[in-house]
Design a protein around this ligand. Structure first.
Ligand code: PLP
Length: 364
C-alpha cells in the first residue's frame, strides 16, 4: 500500500524538535503574534531572498490581502490562469474584482505569457501567475508585459516553496508573493498558515495592518481590516521545518528524476522542465487519455493518486454566474480530464517509487 501523501512522516522525522517548539510556545503563554511569528517572518524572508515576510492565517488570505494591498477592488480585473486551484480565483472575487482567465502554455501548464496581453483591459490591475505543481512560471515576459501595461504582479507560490526561476529562489520576482503552509505543501504547518513576501515596505506594512483588524495600535482601527494572523504555534513548527526545506526538496527532486527515467518509454505525458526552471516538485503530474481507468487500476494495486484538479474554476458551480461554458478554456479542460498526480514526497522510499513505476509500466 503506497499512500498518495503520508502527513505523519514529516513529524516522525522531526519529532524531538517539533515537540520542543510546541512546548516552548505553550509554556510562554504568548498565543497571538509575538516573537515566534516575528522570528519565522525573518527566517522566511531571508530564505526567499525578500526584504519582508508577513505571516497570515492561510494561503487564500495571503492572496486576498495582497490584492487588497495592491488596491484591487470592485470593478477591477485580475488576470489568472484558467487552470489553477480555485483559491487563486476566489481571492480576486473576495475583493469584488473579476478573475480574467488566461490559458496555460501547453508544455509547462503555467500561464502562457504570449496570451496575457490580449486579456489586458483598462480595468486590469494585477497579473496573478501561479507556480503550479511547484514549477516556476515564466516570470520575465510576465514582468515585462506588466511593466509596459502599468499593472502589478502577484505570484501564487502556494505550491513552490524553494523553487528557483533563472537561479533565484521565488519570493520577490513580482511585486508580491503569496504562500500557503497548508499541511501538504512543501513547507507545511500542522494546521493552517500562510505568508506574503515582498521587497516593497509599503505593501508589507499594509498587509500587517489588514491582517490585524486594520489596526497598528491596539483599539485604533485605520481601515476595515480582517483577522488573519499566523498562529505562533504554527510559526514555531514552521521555523523547525524551514531548516529542512532544501534537503526535503532535494529528496522530492530525486523522486521526480526516478519517475522521469523510469517512465520515459511508457507513453504517459511527463512533466517538461524548461532550462531556466528549478521546480520544487510539489506534485509530479502525468497525463494519460484513459486517466480514470488508470487511477482505478492503480488504486486496485494499492497505490494512491490524485487529480489536480478535476474541475477547472470556470466550470465550477461557484462561478456559474460568470456564464462560462464547456469549451471556453480547452487547455484547462483537457488538463482536468487527462492529468493525474503520482505520489511524491521527501518521505517516499526509492523502493516505493520503483513499485509505482512497475505498476504503471504494467497497466499503462
Ligand atoms: C494550497 C493553495 C492555495 C490556498 O492555500 P490555503 O492555505 O489552503 O488557503 C492557493 N493557491 C494554490 C495554487 C494552492 O495550491
Amino acid at each position: 500500500m503506497i499512500q498518495f501523501l503520508d502527513l505523519k512522516a514529516p513529524y516522525q522525522e522531526l519529532k524531538t524538535e517539533i515537540d520542543e517548539a510546541i512546548s516552548r510556545v505553550i509554556q510562554s503563554g504568548w498565543f497571538i503574534g509575538g516573537a515566534e511569528v516575528d522570528q519565522f517572518e525573518e527566517d522566511f524572508a531571508a530564505y526567499c531572498g525578500a526584504n519582508h515576510a508577513v505571516g497570515v492565517a492561510n494561503g487564500l488570505d495571503a492572496l486576498h490581502l495582497s490584492l487588497r494591498a495592491l488596491g484591487v477592488g470592485a470593478g477591477d480585473e485580475v488576470i489568472v490562469p484558467s487552470n489553477t486551484y480555485i483559491a487563486t480565483w476566489l481571492a480576486v472575487s473576495q475583493c469584488g474584482a473579476k478573475p480574467v482567465p488566461v490559458e496555460p502554455d501547453a508544455r509547462t501548464y503555467n500561464i502562457d505569457p504570449a496570451r496575457i496581453e490580449a486579456a489586458i483591459t483598462s480595468r486590469t490591475k494585477v497579473i496573478l501567475p501561479v507556480h503550479l505543481y511547484g514549477q516556476p512560471a515564466n516570470m520575465d515576459p510576465i514582468l515585462e508585459i506588466a511593466g509596459r501595461s502599468g499593472v502589478k504582479v502577484l505570484e501564487d507560490a502556494a505550491q513552490a516553496h524553494g523553487a528557483r526561476y533563472k537561479g533565484k529562489r521565488l519570493g520577490a520576482h513580482g511585486d508580491v508573493v503569496a504562500w500557503s503552509f497548508y499541511p501538504g505543501k512543501n513547507l507545511g504547518a500542522m494546521g493552517d498558515g500562510g505568508a506574503v513576501t515582498t521587497n516593497d515596505p509599503q505593501i508589507a506594512d499594509r498587509i500587517r495592518v489588514l491582517r490585524n483588524y486594520g489596526s497598528r495600535v491596539k483599539y485604533v482601527n485605520e481601515v476595515q481590516g480582517f483577522n488573519s494572523r499566523l498562529d505562533p504555534l504554527q510559526a514555531a513548527i514552521l521555523r523547525v521545518k524551514l531548516a529542512y526545506l532544501d534537503e526535503w526538496n532535494l529528496r522530492r527532486r530525486a523522486v521526480a528524476a526516478q519517475y522521469q527515467n523510469g517512465l520515459s518509454k511508457c507513453g504517459l505525458g511527463l512533466p517538461y522542465v524548461p532550462d531556466w526552471a528549478e521546480p520544487a516538485w510539489h506534485l509530479y503530474v502525468v497525463q494519460h487519455p484513459q486517466r480514470d481507468v488508470l487511477i482505478r487500476q492503480m488504486s486496485e494495486a494499492g497505490i494512491g493518486t490524485m487529480i489536480h484538479y478535476p474541475i477547472p474554476p470556470h466550470l465550477q458551480q461557484a462561478y456559474s454566474s460568470e456564464g462560462y461554458a464547456r469549451g471556453d478554456f480547452p487547455l484547462a479542460e483537457e488538463i482536468a480530464g487527462k492529468f493525474l498526480s503520482l505520489p511524491v514526497s521527501p518521505h517516499l522510499l526509492s523502493h516505493d517509487v520503483e513499485t509505482v513505476i512497475d505498476k504503471l509500466l504494467r497497466v499503462g
